[in-house]
Design a protein around this ligand. Sequence first.
Ligand code: ADE
Length: 327
Amino acid sequence: MDELLKTAVSPLLEWYRLSKRDLPWRRDRTPYSVLVSELMLQQTRVEAVRERYVAFMEKFPTPRSLAEADEEEVLKAWEGLGYYSRARNLRRAACFIAEHGFPDTYEGVRALTGVGDYTAGAISSIALGLPTPAVDGNVVRILSRLHADGTPQDALKREYAARLAEVYPPRAGEFTEALMELGAIVCVPNGRPLCGACPWEGLCRAHAAGCETCYPVRAPKKERKVVHATVLVLRYADMYAIEKRDERGLLAGLWQFPFFEKDAPDFGETLQTKRAKHVFTHIEWRMTGKLVAAREKYPGYVWATADEIRTRYAVPSAFKAFFGWLT
Ligand code: ADE
């Protein structure tokens, strides 16, 4: 049990009751209205949702009304919110609910289209009163500051979700929203948090250490592995050698010019060379391309014309730097 977190629950709830923002989705709640608002709030600012939520609920007040609406009409009502797949997901979820009723477990909520771990935690606690945390980057921030926790933040979502689950109070939804609210209006990400207004001022270890903004700690970016390679554009008459990449791994199953991470064999006279670089997420290729007049049609390759290579084979853009040699 995380005793510090347990101690932090009541002051947070008291603060929330006094300080929470008056947001439209916090009035007259139904499970359906919670679903609508939480999907709208995914990746979207509260201010943008505030403007749209009321109109959407007036237009589609029940799961059935949304389920029976035309998709075009739903997309229209979503206008300005972006990420339109959420609107389609919401309608599919409404179809399910119109038929089967609103789910009454976390797993049931999590199974609705468009609902991931965070949103399922939020909906289950706010709409169903279940002790299910909703941990996003904001909650990681406030809790990593509370604990002065130097663990890289990527590792913390699951960890904090597990610890929160143990301290959830009976008014589960209020607690979920209180955590969100603290991150939104007090323990803010950029610039200085408003520690003087924080219910955790006396508990917060980052504050005690004089460095709220030291947390959360980001994992150091992994350096890209640099791979040096020789790429041979072997020309024989009007044909060029290509080979299929391994079916597993980077650029799996795509086609390439003969590619050598070690020394390339001697296939004939080098006519031209060209250096090119291609950056992937975790690897960087630094390639030396050589246009080679091949002495023969070496076996083990597919020999194809320039036109075939351009039109029939899927060659990744990393190799397009050498396409100028295909004539
Ligand atoms: N962000 C996601 N869900 C929210 C909610 N219920 N209130 C405020 N901000 C949120």
